[in-house]
Design a protein around this ligand. Structure first.
Ligand code: GDP
Length: 299
């Protein structure tokens, strides 16, 4: 609907205009190829994925000289992003009461807490019961913010009243509550202070270990801010080292982001982008759809 039109309008600023010019020609010159490469790089697709895409494009343009080059590029991009990947959250049936943990990780400011709130809303709408765990105990404001989301969505938030409480204790308490209450899903918000990589690894590792004592996490979702471009890829590497990341949530695609980072991150981590954030509101979360995304990228 309107949100996707907005996304499309934004993304087309990145790739669409220059691609249209290139592909309106009968054959591509070296300059055109260079421009195509530059356009992909500027859209944050990343060097390795750009090489793959250009190689795929060359092959197909050679093998199918009569096809519409733009249609070929679309097909190559869709293939690269892989529409066949399972992008659903690995959850049981609503009402199962299996207190399945979803742990949400990422650097501060990328939109973790907001994403937890949005996911909770989707799950509640699907008829699931949810408990939130505020394991970002570094700032009391973070727990307040999560609690506000919980109240908005109508779910309970387990938190500590003290700044600097042990995040793993809060996570364990939340998991224990979810088990005791027969809740379907436990959503855990974590802190992401990347300045101290060892500390972060320690903290996340411990959260995952204690939660696993109650129930094995079904998802570890890494939240990345699409506007940070290639920096997001560097963050993704660090978190992938710490935790067995099962899915990416790409936020702020409603902004000036070009979104090509989707391709770079999936290629390098081998983890699918599952959800996208399209604004600050409770309803601004959507499943990632490859074809829609590529059409947005192409404008
Ligand atoms: P956290 O520190 O990772 O928990 O990040 P927050 O959830 O506090 O979000 C940081 C800021 O980004 C807040 O102002 C959010 O409203 C905003 N934000 C989160 N997701 C999105 C999104 O998809 N689009 C936009 N435009 N803003 C977002």
């Amino acid at each position: 609907g309107a949100r996707l039109a907005r996304l499309r309008a934004r993304l087309s600023g990145g790739l669409g205009a220059s691609l249209l010019a290139i592909f309106s020609k009968d054959s591509l010159s070296q300059d055109d190829w260079d421009e195509l490469e530059e356009t992909l790089l500027l859209a944050d697709v990343g060097a390795a994925a750009t090489d793959d895409i250009l190689a795929g494009l060359r092959t197909r343009l050679r093998d199918e000289p009569d096809s519409d080059p733009r249609a070929i590029l679309r097909a190559v991009l869709i293939e690269t992003i892989d529409p066949a990947l399972d992008r659903s959250l690995a959850l049981g049936e609503p009402g199962g009461g299996a207190h399945e943990p979803i742990i949400v990780v990422g650097v501060n400011g990328v939109g973790k807490t907001t994403t937890v709130g949005k996911i909770a809303r989707v799950l509640v709408a699907e008829g699931r019961t949810v408990v939130l765990g505020a394991a970002d105990t570094f700032r009391a404001a973070a727990a307040d913010q999560l609690e506000t989301w919980g109240a908005r969505v109508g779910v309970e938030t387990v938190r500590s009243d003290r700044d600097g409480a042990d995040p793993a204790s809060v996570a364990f308490e939340a998991a224990d509550r979810a088990r005791a209450e027969g809740t379907d899903v436990l959503l855990i918000d974590t802190a992401g202070r990347l300045q101290n990589k060892a500390g972060l690894m320690d903290e996340l590792g411990k959260i995952i270990r204690v939660v696993s004592k109650v129930a094995e996490p079904v998802e570890v979702l890494l939240v990345l801010d699409a506007t940070t471009g290639q920096n997001g890829l560097a963050q993704a590497r660090v978190f992938a080292e710490v935790a067995n990341v099962t899915g990416i949530v790409l936020t702020k695609l409603d902004g000036t982001a070009k979104g090509g980072i989707v391709i770079a991150v999936q290629r390098e981590l081998g983890v699918p982008v599952k959800l996208i954030g399209l604004g600050e509101g409770a309803d601004d979360l959507a499943p990632f759809d490859t074809e829609q995304f590529v059409d947005g990228l192409l404008g």
